[in-house]
Design a protein around this ligand. Structure first.
Ligand SMILES: [Fe+2]
Ligand SMILES: [Fe+2]
Length: 284
């Protein structure tokens, strides 16, 4: 079977000119598949999200994984994830989150007492990569900053975005790990992409930008700015409490994933699906 990790898809066409995109985000897998965080087994939840999504009556045309694939930067965890995604037989693309380039030592400690260890990203993670989906384009961006938790888009990335938007007037979805508008949550808004203003200035002139999707915030979020639909998506493992200035797990929210439907007429619709029968109750 073709490994999409080593040969990511660049063109996807579907018979009905509709593309169904499955967004999975913030897998946070550990080397130990039994490892629990906040009462959640991240390894099992990833499997359950995949299984549940594929049990739905939806043809999946592309899987987009928007960062934080691992909780410890170890090649063997990526090997497992990419083998699992290869086994689906569905094209997929993965981009980096902060946990893919920065190990946090002391995650049980208050944030300011943790140590941060820099890692080069796994070479299978994509950066500034374009996928043509029927007559849509998906632009995959890398907002990770090696050794840091917060995000930033490089000047090269911003130039690349501008060029792609100038060269292709197809309806466009941009995907990156970090969020691009505040979530009314002080601790997590400290990790907003640092140059969000530049990002918005770059994309605002292009009316064919339809949506920006991200992960990182471990919660569902939808917001419209300048006619651009902004979505954040629940993690496949544990969730964070929304609209809180201090860090906290959301004990009631279940893991989930997002579907995006890219219609032939340029319309986009989306929905989040939560895992059934999975307890996300936190033990902290
Ligand atoms: Fe995350
Ligand atoms: Fe993150």
């Amino acid at each position: 079977m073709t490994s999409y990790a080593s040969c990511p898809p660049q063109h996807i066409t579907t018979p009905d000119s509709v593309a169904n995109v499955l967004q999975l985000t913030d897998l946070h897998l550990f080397p130990d598949p039994d490892k629990m965080v906040a009462g959640v087994n991240c390894h099992d939840n990833f499997e359950r999200c995949l299984s549940q999504a594929f049990s739905e009556d939806v043809r999946c045309d592309l899987i987009v994984v928007t960062g934080d694939l691992v909780n410890e930067v170890k090649t063997e965890i990526y090997d497992h994830i990419f083998a699992r995604l290869d086994a689906t037989g569905i094209p997929y693309v993965c981009i980096a989150g902060n946990h893919d380039v920065t190990d946090e030592i002391g995650e049980d400690l208050p944030f300011e007492q943790r140590k941060f260890v820099a890692h080069a990203p796994d070479t299978r993670l994509l950066s500034d990569f374009r996928v043509q989906l029927n007559h849509w384009q998906l632009l995959l961006l890398d907002s990770s900053v090696v050794g840091e938790v917060g995000g930033r888009l490089s000047s090269e990335s911003l130039t690349w975005i501008e060029q792609r938007l100038k060269n292709h007037d197809d309806p466009t979805v941009l995907a990156l790990h970090h969020h691009v508008v505040p979530m009314q949550s002080e601790w997590i808004d400290n990790h907003l992409i640092a140059n969000s203003e530049q990002f918005w200035q770059t994309i605002q002139p292009f009316s064919h930008v339809k949506s920006v999707i991200s992960g990182h915030v471990h919660q569902e979020f939808a917001y419209k700015q300048d006619d651009i639909q902004i979505y954040a998506t629940p993690s496949t493992c544990y969730q964070f409490e929304p609209q809180q200035d201090e860090f906290g797990y959301d004990k009631d929210a279940k893991a989930g994933y997002r579907w995006l439907k890219l219609e032939a007429n340029g319309e986009l619709s989306s929905r989040v699906v939560r895992l059934a029968e999975v307890s996300a109750s936190a033990s902290v």
